[in-house]
Write a protein that binds this ligand. Structure first.
Ligand SMILES: C[S@@+](CC[C@H](N)C(=O)[O-])C[C@H]1O[C@@H](n2cnc3c(N)ncnc32)[C@H](O)[C@@H]1O
Length: 279
């Protein structure tokens, strides 16, 4: 059976159930006002990865972030992890993302909580970062590099833009050896996952680019449970998704996400965390 869904990354994130408007509506209901928002009020809503701010804290701690660090968040989305890291570790964070609407949302949400100086956002592509070499102390990424077609270019860009001794700390969706090319093609069309790496491929790429791996965790089991919760969360948003982007997009999202979670549960996909240092 072939899939009728064919999205590109920008279109996928322009019509995503979690978005700036949905977050603001939810916060308005919770707080009954938009005036006195604190960055921590956003934490339950603005993290578009698995495990929320706890997962981002694991990366920040493992990378030993400090207030003097300049951090790059590659594929920063609406900026949830960037705001969290700059608030909790005192560091300055720059987020880069190719989807204009996500960059606008990231800036708006950061302005709203008074973080526009600590967390800045730039539109750009992970395969050719708009930064000079040896700029950053740390690079982070969460559940996003799966969308980047060339992992070779992505890791080479991490190597180029990090200072010597800089750390890369990321989590990502990976494929296992059991997944068929048919399913990978379907995930590309439905979820905009491009050329998913295996854990071994990420490890090899990091080492080839002169990184020492400090930590490598298999998150597959933990994420299987989190993804089931996430599917329920998206279903609870189906009316709001239909209202914003139409009934067809809401139904399409449900089909695509249900397939994705099914492949995850079947062991055809998995999750990894890598912490590595540039020599
Ligand atoms: C799942 S969101 C993750 C956002 C963020 N890491 C978080 O945890 O909240 C993935 C983001 O990756 C961005 N993205 C995908 N491919 C990209 C690329 N080649 N370069 C830059 N951003 C990209 C998308 O626009 C999207 O905002």
């Amino acid at each position: 059976m072939s899939t009728a869904i064919k999205r590109d990354v920008v279109d996928y994130y322009d019509t995503h159930p979690i978005n700036e408007r949905q977050i603001i509506d939810k916060l308005s209901l919770e707080k009954n006002t938009r005036d006195s928002l604190n960055v921590r009020d956003l934490y339950a809503h603005d993290q578009d990865h698995y495990g929320g701010t706890e997962a981002t804290k694991i990366l920040g701690d493992a990378a030993e972030l400090s207030k003097d660090d300049l951090v790059l968040d590659i594929c920063s989305g609406m900026g949830g992890p960037s705001r969290y890291l700059s608030t909790e570790y005192g560091c300055r964070v720059t987020g880069v993302d190719m989807t204009f609407s996500r960059c606008v949302a990231a800036k708006n949400l950061s302005n709203m909580v008074g973080l526009s100086q600590q967390a800045k956002f730039i539109q750009g592509n992970a395969q050719g970062l708009p930064f000079q070499e040896n700029t950053f102390d740390c690079i982070v990424g969460q559940e996003a590099w799966c969308h980047v077609p060339s992992k070779e270019k992505l890791i080479a860009e991490c190597q180029r833009t990090l200072k010597p001794g800089g750390r890369v700390a990321f989590t990502d969706i990976i494929r296992t050896d059991t997944i068929s090319s048919f399913l990978l093609d379907r995930l590309k069309n439905e979820m905009t996952f491009h050329n998913l790496a295996t854990a071994t491929e990420y490890k090899t790429l990091l080492e080839k680019n002169g990184f020492t791996i400090n930590r490598h965790d298999d998150l597959s089991q933990e994420w299987t449970r989190l993804l089931e919760e996430r599917l329920r969360m998206y279903r609870s948003l189906s009316n709001s998704t239909a209202k914003s982007f139409g009934e067809a997009r809401s139904e399409e999202w449900d089909i695509a996400y249900t397939n994705f979670v099914g492949h995850f549960g079947a062991g055809e996909l998995g999750g990894v965390r890598f912490i590595a240092t540039k020599l």
